[in-house]
Design a protein around this ligand. Structure first.
Ligand code: FPP
Length: 245
């Protein structure tokens, strides 16, 4: 039986988040500059999105640029921003005609103007699509997100916009992911086993899948393996096995 046939499509995660890692190492192995790896990473984004859609995944969140990534060499940062703009411009029509809605999380105002413009237009263009939501985390870090939420809560409390107890639900409504369910599965490629400031609040009960595969080599079958791994887990949310049945 193929990997795809082994997947129970009625139990696929509704939201998968991915830390796309290993582009630089992949490029180095081929004797190229790091940007070469990022360019090939776009093909993996394309494949993964298609495969996720076929598996009935409703949200796919990709960690495309962290707040820490600004510290990389200027040439790489500029190249990544250009790649984002070029990819959106060239893929937008196909994305939209296949029912993809684009969304971003992160401090988008901190991105260069031409990126913000391309993103705004792409979000507007795809806003009525509902097959799958592709969420790009850009200039994102979970600590930034949590602190922004806390500061907004303090402001709202001062201005009497809000004066009740801060519950899980209330706090989550202040996060950039407020309209999105928490991911059931988080994948990180390239063999690194850490979460690197990504969705720290949202992954409280998320299943983690780490693979040695470098992001430019990550293809459909790798997503299928991750989903099968997820389906082999027992999600207990603090309960014991017997309570689940
Ligand atoms: C991490 O690999 C990857 C990134 C920081 C950028 C990810 C960007 C893309 C896949 C392309 C653009 C995406 C879209 C959505 C158009 P790394 O550079 O840290 O690799 P390394 O750990 O091997 O150095």
């Amino acid at each position: 039986m193929s990997l795809l046939e082994q997947i129970d499509k009625s139990k696929t995660p509704k939201h998968i988040a991915i830390i796309m890692d290993g582009n630089g190492r992949w490029a180095k192995k081929q004797g190229h500059m790091r940007l070469y790896g990022h360019n090939f990473g776009v093909e993996s984004v394309r494949e993964t999105l298609k495969a996720a859609k076929e598996l009935n995944v409703r949200y796919l969140t990709l960690y495309a640029f962290s707040t820490e990534n600004w510290n990389r060499p200027k040439e790489e940062v500029d190249g990544l921003m250009d790649l984002l703009v070029r990819s959106l411009a060239s893929e937008l029509r196909e994305l939209s005609s296949s029912g993809v809605r684009l969304k971003t999380i992160g401090d988008i105002k901190g991105l260069p103007d031409h990126c913000q413009k391309e993103l705004d237009e792409s979000i507007e263009f795809t806003k009525n699509n509902d097959e799958i939501t592709l969420i790009l985390a850009l200039n994102y870090s979970a600590r930034w997100e949590i602190l922004s939420a806390v500061n907004q809560l303090i402001d709202d409390a001062k201005n009497d916009v809000f004066n009740a107890e801060v519950t899980d639900e209330v706090f989550a409504s202040y996060l950039t992911t407020s309209s999105v369910p928490d991911p059931e599965l988080l994948i990180r490629t390239s063999g690194e086993c850490r979460v690197s400031n990504f969705l720290l609040w949202q992954i409280a009960y998320t299943e983690l899948h780490f693979t040695e595969v470098l992001w430019p080599d990550f293809k459909r079958e790798d997503l299928y393996k991750a989903v099968l791994d997820y389906q082999s887990r027992e999600r207990r949310f603090g309960l014991v096995s017997e309570q689940l049945t």
